[in-house]
Design a protein around this ligand. Structure first.
Ligand SMILES: C[S@@+](CC[C@H](N)C(=O)[O-])C[C@H]1O[C@@H](n2cnc3c(N)ncnc32)[C@H](O)[C@@H]1O
Ligand SMILES: Nc1nc2[nH]cc(C(=O)O)c2c(=O)[nH]1
Ligand code: SF4
Ligand SMILES: [Mg+2]
Length: 210
């Protein structure tokens, strides 16, 4: 299978339990909860997305003909050194494209593989780290994983229900929009009231990284 990738870059994982870790990000094009067009945002299932995932024209992006070609690009972005190789598959919605061949090729290249997914499609079973970020109004089928990352505040989401799902870590991440300061305060209150949860900040934005 070929893969449509918006951009591919080396950075630090900004969010979640692995925040601060060196990582190659693969941002797949396309999502099943929003077209990515501003004209459609108000009527999309997911309306707060902070990401451009349309097309394959970003830095390092393109159409990769097969899994070895994409794994080779990930290796090139990582550079020299076989230690602690880590890649994050995101998007858009990566589970629209991630398949056996890609997981096997990245593992063969020595990468630990994390995914950032909205959970509406089953996560690939051989991923090393599964982060699910549920979106109100969508049906989340992937209710197990390593971290659940809830963007907050989010009308219609149900933190009590998420506590019953099977995730090792529960995180709440402030919604980045025009009310960002108030959203950080709301997320902080959330954690003070719910000791099973911890705060995830988008540290790459604070650091001026991608
Ligand atoms: C752009 S999404 C791509 C992966 C996948 N489609 C998903 O939603 O999990 C990556 C992460 O950014 C989060 N995110 C998107 N827009 C955000 C915003 N405005 N503020 C905070 N987090 C946001 C998502 O919830 C998700 O955890
Ligand atoms: N540095 C950095 N860390 C991230 N963690 C999750 C991201 C995403 O968009 O999936 C993201 C991102 O876009 N950049
Ligand atoms: S599900 Fe993820 S990629 Fe899709 S619109 Fe929402 S935040 Fe953006
Ligand atoms: Mg991002």
């Amino acid at each position: 299978m070929s893969y449509a990738v918006k951009e591919l870059f080396l950075t630090l994982q900004g969010e979640g339990v692995h925040a601060g870790r060196r990582a190659v990000f693969v941002r797949f094009a396309g999502c099943n909860l929003w077209s990515g067009r501003e004209a459609d945002r108000a009527h999309a299932i997911c309306r707060f997305c902070d990401t451009d995932f349309v097309g394959v024209d970003g830095d390092g992006g393109g159409r990769f003909a097969d899994a070895p070609a994409l794994a080779h690009a990930v290796e090139a972005a990582w550079g020299a050194g076989g230690e602690r190789r880590f890649c994050v598959l995101t998007g858009g919605e990566p589970m629209l494209q991630v398949d056996d061949a890609l997981v096997d090729a990245l593992h063969a290249s020595g990468f630990e593989i994390a995914i950032e997914s909205n959970g509406t499609l089953p996560a690939h079973p051989r991923l090393d780290w599964v982060c699910i970020s549920p979106k109100a109004g969508s049906e989340v089928v992937q209710r197990t994983g390593d971290e659940l990352k809830l963007v907050w505040p989010q009308a219609g989401s149900d933190p009590d229900a998420y506590e019953g799902w099977d995730f090792a870590h529960l995180l709440v991440q402030p919604l980045d929009d025009a009310d960002a300061d108030a959203n950080v305060a709301a997320a902080t209150r959330f954690v003070l009231e719910r000791p099973r949860w911890r705060l995830s900040l988008q540290t790459h934005k604070l650091l001026g990284l991608r």
